[in-house]
Design a binder for this molecule. Structure first.
Ligand SMILES: Nc1ncnc2c1ncn2[C@@H]1O[C@H](COP(=O)(O)OP(=O)(O)OP(=O)(O)O)[C@@H](O)[C@H]1O
Ligand SMILES: [Mg+2]
Length: 261
């Protein structure tokens, strides 16, 4: 159900296969709308096409919830190009400028186009990382970089340095919530690979989909509901997953979420 988004993102990135610089993209959408899944899928396709056509394209996926400073972002990118473990840039200790220079020289040496995904970009501490990446193309001689930023916080870009903001937002994509019908398809798809379809009562998938459609069309919530329902059914040694288990799963998940908040 994200064919249009997949195609849109792929068409932004396709210049990479001609050695040109793809536009930077900012992707916004609520949680569970498939942003991460689409970005990773398109990245894989890009690498595959790159190999087929013998073009030097790189794809680097970084989750900014985990890697959240300018130093760590640059360190991650640099190490992507360094095969020898003992030559890796260390977690801390180098001047940030030196890590930046390392990234630049590795890329120039490889003469490549690199697409960098910064997922959960709103979790970055400060915008220095984005600032370095927005100016790196003017420092590179033989290589090109493009950045895909992903967030579920629409306000995130408001507070950025104007230069960073306009650079990151060259293209914008919005992932709209899934409706109940799309969620049903996603669930059926997953059931086919993960469960025996005949242990699920007919009204279970529509119920999971409807409940999650109310939760701003969150596919992760829909899949969790089904998974937890299956676990609860198994635990009570029931041969069928019924709507009762879905209701219990719903309670369990909302209690858990309240505890986290
Ligand atoms: N169209 C789809 N088809 C099948 N599975 C999907 C689809 N969209 C999302 N999913 C699944 O739903 C879950 C959530 O998707 P994903 O992680 O991509 O959401 P997200 O938009 O990145 O959310 P967040 O903002 O919380 O990071 C994943 O398990 C993903 O595989
Ligand atoms: Mg995500």
């Amino acid at each position: 159900h994200r064919e249009r988004e997949i195609n849109d993102l792929a068409s932004v990135l396709v210049p990479a296969l001609r050695g040109e610089t793809p536009s930077n993209v900012f992707i916004y959408g609520k949680t569970g709308t498939g942003k991460t899944a689409v970005a990773k899928f398109v990245g894989k396709e890009l690498l595959k096409k790159g190999e087929e056509t013998k073009k030097n394209v790189n794809f680097i996926y970084i989750n900014c919830e985990v890697v959240d400073t300018q130093y760590r972002i640059l360190q991650n990118i640099a190490n992507h190009f360094i095969d020898e473990w003992n030559e890796h840039v260390p977690f801390t200790g180098w001047p940030t400028d030196e890590v930046y220079s390392k990234v630049k020289s590795m890329m120039d040496k490889e003469k490549c186009v690199t697409v960098i995904v910064l997922d959960e970009i709103d979790k970055l501490k400060g915008d220095e990382a984005l600032y370095s990446l927005s100016r790196i193309n003017s420092d590179l001689e033989n290589a090109r970089v493009s950045v895909i930023g992903i967030s579920n916080d629409l306000k995130f870009t408001e507070f950025l340095d104007p230069r960073v903001k306009s650079s990151l937002g060259e293209e914008n994509m919005i992932f709209y919530p899934y409706d109940a019908e799309q969620l049903q398809d996603i669930l059926r798809d997953r059931v086919e690979t993960a469960l025996k379809p005949d242990i699920i009562e007919g009204d279970v998938i529509p119920l999971c989909a409807a409940l999650s459609a109310q939760e701003h069309g969150d596919a992760r919530r829909a899949l969790d509901l089904l998974r937890v329902s299956a676990e609860l059914a198994e635990r009570s040694k029931s041969s069928k997953i019924t709507r009762n288990f879905v209701k219990k799963a719903q309670n369990k998940i909302s209690i858990k979420n309240e505890c986290i908040v």
